[in-house]
Design a protein around this ligand. Structure first.
Ligand code: SF4
Length: 111
């Protein structure tokens, strides 16, 4: 963050821990099987995620309060993660998406 500020740099930070990503990022791109699922500012993406995969990722971040953590409702993604070597046609998330429709076989998920 100091390098970005002092040198005016843009950086790409790749990680699976969204709490760390949120802390150091201005914008976040959520990827699934190498495809872009959702892009938004860090605040928007972590407080009001629109894509079901982003919602599931956000819900997996632990809340450091046992009472809140126990009371929260988490979306559960059903289904197996497809092979990246043979991803589903259309939207690659459709085999696990709770909002899947017939048209998703020919669609790409992107916000
Ligand atoms: S395109 Fe269909 S399967 Fe993909 S995220 Fe949107 S609703 Fe879900």
């Amino acid at each position: 963050m100091e390098l970005q500020r002092d040198m005016g740099l843009s950086m790409i930070f790749i990680a699976h821990d969204l709490s760390v990503v949120k802390h150091i990022s201005d914008r976040i791109v959520v990827m699934y099987l190498g495809r872009q699922m959702e892009t938004a500012t860090a605040d928007t993406l972590t407080t009001a995620p629109e894509h079901p995969y982003t919602q599931a990722l956000i819900s997996s971040v632990l809340i450091p309060d046992p009472a809140l953590e126990k009371a929260r409702v988490r979306p559960i993604l059903e289904g197996e993660l497809p092979s990246p070597l043979a991803p589903p046609s259309g939207c690659v998330f459709r085999t696990r998406c709770p909002k899947v429709q017939a048209s998703c076989a020919g669609a790409t998920a992107r916000k």
